[in-house]
Ligand binder design. Structure first.
Ligand code: HGY
Ligand code: MN
Ligand code: MN
Length: 423
């Protein structure tokens, strides 16, 4: 329905919330650690496929033209008056981490579909086409590199390379796209949009600390993902003298401790480091670990300090290898620079929030998003929505209330509407 104060449109908050609550049941699981229902919907699994089909059904019900590209990205178009003009694109992702919540990514996709319904309800015809998308494997948890689908459509990752990526069982992206029926015919390098806006939960404490629902996002910090494999030597835990050990587990653990020291030191700015995966091989109580494999996730808003951190880490590990007589192998999984968002699009978002009477703060994104990839192709920005429990995310405790989700999606709707009527 159209707002009484003129050109503002309002989404149907109940309808949006119902779709969020319905989608979170696809891939739902009982999380022991929290006692809550979590969401486990890794990219291209059966759960992801079912969620994809459900979103496509909602898109078709809203009268949208749906297409699928060769990396499985799905686009749904609401035609405008002049179809020769580049579209305004909204979107995000519906794949989750293995211990996910109900809002990461899904708010931007279901919010975009709700924007389309609200435009239909208000009988609004836009000048430009408006599209909503969900991108493949944004999380990177299954196939090892994040923002995969959006990086392919932005031309950063070649389709062929993406198709060949494998999961822990050796299944390729291409095989899984075919298996779930989302190996679309559309070229992955899509027509360049006029603008892209992504609505997403903040996944951190900034908005909650400021007591606001809305964040205007200024950019995304740099991301570095590496896998480190350490080959030592198995030996008896009791008989082997300390000085003659080649303990892969000790080297891996030393890296974890050094990463935290690097963050605490301040020598690398606002560096954040995480070893999220720590594989110690057979895991035998009385055997010195022969092999350890860890993943290292670094984040930094400053590219120069990110590179300095990577160099320091490489030198530290090389020294450890010599000291402990182990072999090390590095594998690059992902690397993206800090991405600033378009000031013009940020301006449309902030004036829209003002017109809606919604207080906001400006913030850099701590998390990676599809928007950072699409920003390479067209003017792009994001609107953040506050989360409860300090904005905690990538856990079933992730929660944003109906009012915050509705406010964020109203900002999305009206910013998209303004852009879609720009000649
Ligand atoms: O890793 C990230 O920041 C995002 O959740 N994919
Ligand atoms: Mn996300
Ligand atoms: Mn995420």
């Amino acid at each position: 329905m159209t707002d009484l104060r003129g050109d503002l449109v309002r989404i149907d908050r109940e309808r949006l919330w119902d779709t969020l609550m319905e989608l979170k049941e696809i891939g739902a699981y009982d999380d022991e650690a929290t006692g809550l229902r979590g969401v486990r919907r890794l990219a291209l699994t059966d759960a992801d496929a079912e969620a994809r089909r459900r979103c496509v059904a909602w898109m078709v019900e809203a009268g949208l033209e749906v297409r699928v590209d060769r990396i499985g990205n799905v686009y749904a178009t609401r035609p405008g008056r002049d179809r020769s003009l580049p579209c305004v694109l909204m979107g995000s992702h519906i794949d989750t981490v293995a211990t996910g919540g109900a809002f990461d990514g899904t708010l931007g996709v279901l919010g975009g579909i709700e924007v389309m319904r609200a435009l239909n309800d208000a009988g609004i015809e836009t000048l430009r086409d408006v599209e909503v998308a969900f991108f493949t494997e944004e999380e990177g948890v299954r196939f090892g590199t994040d923002m995969l689908g959006s990086a392919v459509t932005a031309g950063r990752i070649p389709l062929d390379h993406a198709h060949k990526l494998t999961d822990a069982e050796g299944k390729t992206v291409e095989e899984e796209l075919v298996r779930i029926g989302f190996d679309g015919p559309e070229p992955e390098l899509r027509p360049v949009p006029y603008a892209y806006i992504e609505c997403h939960i903040e996944q951190g404490p900034i908005l909650a600390d400021a007591g606001v629902d809305i964040g205007i996002v200024e950019g995304v910090q740099s991301i570095s993902w590496q896998r480190l494999t350490i080959h030592g030597e198995a030996a008896h835990a009791g008989t082997t003298p300390i000085v003659s050990r080649h303990d892969a587990g000790l080297v891996a653990a030393s890296v974890v401790v050094e990463l935290r020291r690097m963050c605490d030191s301040g020598d690398f700015g606002q560096l954040r480091a995480t070893v999220g995966s720590f594989d110690i091989g057979e895991g035998q109580t009385n055997v010195i670990p022969q092999r350890a494999v860890i993943t290292i996730d670094l984040r930094n808003p400053d590219d120069t300090l990110m590179s300095a951190a990577e160099r320091h880490l490489a030198a530290y590990v090389a020294e450890l290898a010599t000291q402990h007589g182990v072999e090390v192998a590095w594998e690059r999984m992902a690397k993206t620079a800090m991405v600033p968002f378009d000031r013009g699009i940020q301006e449309v978002l902030s004036t829209t929030a003002d017109d809606l009477g919604l207080p906001y703060v400006r913030a850099m994104s701590g998390a990676g998003h599809d928007a950072q990839e699409i920003a390479a192709t067209c003017p792009t920005a994001m609107v953040f929505v506050a989360g409860e429990h300090g904005g905690i995310s990538h856990t079933p405790r992730e929660y944003s209330d109906p009012a915050a989700c509705g406010n964020g999606t109203d900002v999305l709707a009206n910013a998209v509407l303004r852009l879609a009527n720009q000649p």
